[in-house]
Design a protein around this ligand. Structure first.
Ligand SMILES: NC(=O)c1ccc[n+]([C@@H]2O[C@H](COP(=O)([O-])OP(=O)(O)OC[C@H]3O[C@@H](n4cnc5c(N)ncnc54)[C@H](O)[C@@H]3O)[C@@H](O)[C@H]2O)c1
Length: 271
């Protein structure tokens, strides 16, 4: 089940904002555990070095990484070229890069709006721009294209816990889902599947660092608020997201494209 042996995965955002398991780091490590050759990129070199240490500790030899700003077309092209040079192909593209800044249309600066669109939407566009031709060539040569998984957020539907307003995050993550669906249909006859994992409130390092600062609350208070807002009663973790991504990237999901897998402990259904 979910065997990724022989597949090459390009994981964008394979570090973590802070110590521990971010969604991208868990995804990169889980893909390696499932047998994939993994090429991880992130803007944070130290975070990649930390991921590399885990790969080393677990004995995953088929792992390579490169620092890359996913909002830069040149960086993305160079990293994907490096992946192909190293491993010969790309079967899986995962884009986990993203993050939120608070603000409504009046309080949010124009530069901050543009930066949110770049971080949450352009990153996926650039990954697809450079990976799709490779997957297309693979499909034409051997009948196997590839699988792309993007990472959105339940925040595209409403405010998160605490009534935090983040219009650019909500809009960019909603756009990401439309982008994924539309790209999926554009390539539906070419052996390439494109899906989105819609993330709920997860207990990742970013929650403890960035969001506590943005809201001006303690980590305990934030955790309590988030847990209380979830029908299951507790936050998920990075492995819940990694498992969903690995499933959508695997051959077991071969008939699934242009859809969303919501991983949120029941939050959206209960609203
Ligand atoms: N944690 C949650 O509760 C939650 C909720 C909803 C959605 N998400 C989504 O899950 C994804 C990952 O979240 P996380 O909690 O693991 O956060 P995270 O901040 O740990 O992960 C994001 C990673 O992307 C990297 N990154 C940021 N900008 C980059 C750039 N320009 N180029 C390359 N890499 C860059 C960061 O260094 C980091 O390693 C994001 O897309 C986020 O929006 C998370």
């Amino acid at each position: 089940m979910l065997d990724l042996t022989g597949k090459v995965a390009f994981v964008a955002g394979a570090g973590s904002l802070g110590e521990g398991w971010g969604n991208g780091r868990a995804t990169a490590v889980l893909m390696a555990r499932q047998g994939a050759k993994v090429f991880g990129v992130d803007i944070n070199e130290q975070a990649l070095i930390d991921t590399a240490a885990i790969m080393e500790r677990e004995g995953h030899k088929n792992w390579a990484w490169q620092r890359c700003d996913l909002t830069s077309n040149d960086d993305v092209k160079a990293a994907i070229d490096a992946c192909v040079e190293q491993f010969g192909r790309v079967d899986i593209l995962v884009n986990v890069v993203g993050g939120s800044v608070p603000g409504d249309p009046v309080s949010l600066g124009v530069d901050a709006w543009d930066a949110q669109m770049d971080l949450n939407l352009k990153t996926a566009f650039l990954g697809c721009k450079h990976v799709l031709p490779i997957m297309l060539r693979q499909f034409e040569a051997e009948g196997k294209g590839g699988a792309i998984v993007n990472v959105s957020s339940i925040a595209h539907m409403s405010h998160q816990v605490g009534g935090r307003v983040h219009v650019a995050y909500a809009a960019s993550k909603a756009g990401l889902m439309a982008f994924s669906r539309s790209t999926a249909i554009a390539y539906v006859k070419k052996g390439i599947r494109v899906n989105t994992v819609v993330v709920g409130m997860m207990d990742t390092p970013t929650v403890k660092t960035r969001i506590t600062k943005q809201l001006g609350v303690s980590a305990d208070e934030l955790n309590a608020n988030r847990n209380a807002a979830i029908p299951m009663g507790f936050m998920g973790d990075a492995w819940d997201i990694a498992n969903a991504i690995v499933f959508l990237a695997s051959d077991e999901a071969k008939y699934i494209t242009a859809t969303q897998l919501v991983v949120d402990g029941g939050v959206t259904a209960a609203r």
